[in-house]
Design a protein around this ligand. Structure first.
Ligand code: NDP
Length: 448
């Protein structure tokens, strides 16, 4: 591990030994610890024992999720909830339903969530959960039965003051609805604040659906502004075509930029006229179709590439919004060669450590997900605020709050990076600032 502090290396080695085979979790821990060297010894809260405790989840729940498919055949999945840290507030973080989910993925996401939530300045702890269930190709009735079985175990660990899940990959408003319905039925409580990402008529917040993508673009605007630039007229590439990607594309277009490529797991589309968002939405959200369907429907201006890297498409700004480790060293090299100036992560940990190093060395402004995609969870916290006061805010007011939060996350990262001798380094700024707020609270709460 690249730190001169042997005590941090020892913490990392212990994490690897205690969590064998959980590569993504090791990667996430390592990335944070490598930046804490200058803080240890300089700040009272940066105590190595606190850091050690921070790397161990407060609670990990693993459970069986049996359910019946439409033919009545029994199916079996595994459910997870890692309640990582509650020093700043109730556990908060999404649920992911995807076949790749295992404990190492949930722990990496939960660990990242601690720092992200801390950076927002809001009173929320860090957690993550999910299942290896694949909603793709399943009927609504199957998804409902799965969600009901999942919640039948998970409900006992949740509560508006205890643990508040939200959506993530594979968990949208449909799944949140089924989960909330089952929670309400089992507990006989209309406890709206127990889940976020709800529909507007049943306790949801305006802007929550858009928040991660919009927040990402607000963050990018600040990055560009810091070097006297703006989004106006920029060419942008966005990977993915799910919730985060679609709303990032929408906000880029609203602010005068042009998104010329986006993707799914079967390839990418280049559309030099700019992605047609209405068409993309119709294909993805209504028809549950693929990017190849988009290219076919769009006609001549769009080209679908099934085999290749979206990062080979020349752009000024690249926004990886699909999945972890999707932007590797080769992709980063192509971005640099093509003159890309800003890379900001909409997804969680989409850029590999080698790629991050290459981008930083080449002078590309790199915004890590724990800062740049914090808008989703920040708006979830705003949803909790509205639920607690039984109030609903307007779209404009909520979006304004989101924009203010993203601006302050940006400034906190830059100021902290400057203070610790790493000017312009958003990764170090995010890791140190996120860490210090949690560590101070942990110290104040004693050995718990
Ligand atoms: P969705 O499930 O809505 O979308 C994921 C998208 O990524 C889909 O278009 C999917 O395509 C695509 N994808 C998956 N794997 C690959 C791949 N290997 N190459 C190219 N595309 C791929 O998820 P979200 O948009 O909600 O989340 C995306 C990322 O953002 C995740 O890392 C998530 O943790 C993170 N995030 C999400 C937040 C939110 O509020 N939703 C908040 C903060 C972070 P396909 O349909 O083919 O699978």
């Amino acid at each position: 591990m690249a730190t001169s502090d042997g005590r941090l290396t020892a913490v990392y080695d212990e994490v690897v030994a205690r969590n064998p085979g959980e590569d993504e979790f090791h990667q996430a821990v390592r990335e944070v610890l490598e930046d804490l060297g200058p803080v240890v010894g300089r700040h009272a809260a940066a105590d190595v024992e606190v850091i050690r405790r921070l790397c161990e989840p407060e609670r990990q729940v693993l459970f069986r999720v049996p359910w019946a498919d439409d033919e009545g055949r029994p199916q079996l999945n595994r459910g997870f909830r890692v309640e990582f840290n509650s020093a700043l507030g109730p556990y908060k973080g999404g649920l992911r339903f995807h076949p790749s989910v295992y404990l190492g993925i949930v722990k990496f996401l939960g660990f990242e969530q601690i720092f992200k939530n801390s950076l927002t300045g809001l009173p929320i702890g860090g957690a993550k959960g999910g299942s290896d269930f694949d909603p793709k190709g399943r009927s609504d009735a199957e998804v409902m039965r799965f969600c009901q079985s999942f919640m039948t175990e998970l409900y006992r660990h949740l509560g508006e003051h205890t643990d508040v899940p939200a959506g993530d990959t594979g968990v949208g408003q449909r799944e949140i609805g089924y989960l909330f319905g089952q929670y309400k039925r089992i507990t006989n409580r209309y406890e709206a604040g127990v889940l976020t990402g709800k529909g507007l008529d049943w306790g949801g917040s305006r802007v929550r659906t858009e928040a991660t993508g919009y927040g990402l673009v607000f963050f990018v605007e600040e990055v560009l502004r810091a070097s006297s630039g703006s989004l106006d007229g920029t060419k942008v590439v966005v990977s993915g075509s799910g919730n985060v990607a679609v709303h990032a594309i929408e906000k880029v277009h609203q602010l005068g930029g042009r998104v010329i490529a986006c993707s799914d797991s079967a390839g990418y589309v280049v559309d030099e006229d700019g992605i047609d968002l209405d068409l993309l939405r119709e294909i993805k959200e209504q028809r549950r179709g693929r990017m190849s369907d988009y290219a076919e429907a769009r006609g001549r201006s769009a080209q679908h590439v099934g085999d290749g890297s979206i990062w080979s498409v020349p752009c000024d700004v690249a926004l990886p919004c699909a999945t972890q480790n999707e932007l590797d060293e080769a992709g980063a090299k192509q971005l640099v060669e093509n003159g890309c100036r800003v890379v900001a992560e909409g997804a969680n940990m989409p850029t590999t450590p080698d790629a991050i190093r290459l981008l930083r060395d080449a002078g590309v402004s790199f915004a890590p997900g724990k800062a740049a995609n914090a808008g989703g969870v920040a708006t979830s916290a705003l949803e909790m605020q509205q639920n607690a006061t039984r109030d609903t805010w307007t779209f404009e007011h909520t979006e304004q709050r989101l924009a203010e939060i993203m601006h302050s996350v940006h400034d906190r990262c830059l100021e902290t990076a400057e203070e610790y001798g790493r000017p312009g380094d958003y990764v170090a700024g995010a890791n140190i600032a996120g860490f210090l707020r949690v560590a101070e609270a942990m110290l104040a709460l004693g050995l718990v």
